[in-house]
Design a protein around this ligand. Structure first.
Ligand code: PAF
Length: 295
């Protein structure tokens, strides 16, 4: 079925009626990672709504916003192909009507890591996600684990503000060589695309060291940092953290997550994976990463 495209709050409500759809919020520039979220939603919900809105309030850097790729026709086609029944493509004033003067601030979980490096970013994300969930009233909303801190911020927000439906976190999709898919990858030169593989390699180093029994965070992090020690790669942060609170861990324990942010030739990339010690069950990201870089 060809999906409808709606632009206003009224068109959205008229198209949805009493339905509680699946929702995949996006900022466009759709790639196979988004397609996997849309396909998952389509398999679990009817209808599935994909929102496409480049949210200016979550960009702390004007250049980043100006350079953000926009091709609505192509995004609509990709979303339809992946299984979307309805596209919500609002303009700025539909999301932020004249006089809009509210922001949603999530506490601790939004303050470290990306929050520290990109002031105001999670306030923008939390505000727009609150608006989208209120407008769409979804049964389920789908977010990628690739933006792991964003997912934890949204889980907190969703719980604290009693927002509708449930939040579904979905595994990171990677290229066959292990690089996590991101709309930013398009900005990498050929050489930087190769350098960027240091991120999944750093994760793999930690997965392997943890699997062979190393539990000291300091040593695991040092091993990951050496994998990233390359010309043209500058680490912003690298930390083994608790997978819910995102607080740093002195020793590896169940539910640990490795978070990495690095600048590669001027492009900021993030990646993460669940890290388990022997005996614990390995998280999906680590398992998926191990199989993709083992090829
Ligand atoms: O992950 C994204 O694409 C955005 O942060 C989101 C969740 C659509 C909010 O603008």
């Amino acid at each position: 079925m060809a999906s409808d495209v709606v632009r206003t709050r009224e068109e959205l409500r008229a198209a949805l009626g009493d339905a509680h759809p699946g929702l995949v919020p996006t900022m466009g520039a759709l790639h196979a990672g988004h397609e996997s979220l849309i396909a998952r939603s389509a398999s679990e919900n009817s209808p599935t709504v994909v929102s496409i809105f480049v949210n200016p309030t979550q960009f702390s850097n004007r250049d980043d916003l100006a350079r953000y790729p926009r091709d609505l026709a192509q995004d609509i086609a990709r979303a339809q192909e992946a299984g979307a029944d309805l596209i919500f493509a609002p303009d700025l004033e539909t999301i932020y009507p004249p006089g809009f003067d509210t922001a949603v601030d999530v506490g601790d979980v939004s303050e470290r890591w990306e929050g520290a490096s990109r002031p105001g970013h999670f306030r923008g994300v939390a505000t727009v996600v609150t608006i989208l969930l209120n407008l769409v009233q979804p049964a389920r909303s789908y977010f990628g684990e690739k933006d792991y801190q964003q997912l934890q911020v949204i889980r907190r927000l969703h719980h604290d503000l009693a927002l509708p439906g449930i939040i579904v976190g979905c595994p990171t999709v990677r290229d066959p060589d292990g690089l996590a898919l991101s709309s930013r990858n398009a900005r990498l030169s050929r050489e930087d695309r190769i350098r960027a593989l240091a991120l999944p390699r750093a994760i793999e180093t930690v997965v392997e060291a943890a699997a062979s029994g190393e539990t000291e965070t300091r040593l695991l992090e040092a091993a990951a940092l050496s994998a990233l020690d390359l010309p043209g790669v500058t680490v912003d942060y690298l930390a083994l953290v608790d997978g819910s609170s995102l607080e740093p861990l002195p020793r590896l324990r169940a539910g640990a997550r490795l978070l990495i942010a690095a600048d590669v030739g001027g492009t900021r990339l993030i990646d993460n994976a669940a890290i388990e010690s022997p005996g614990g069950s390995q998280g999906s990201s680590a398992r998926q990463l191990t199989s993709s870089v083992a090829k």
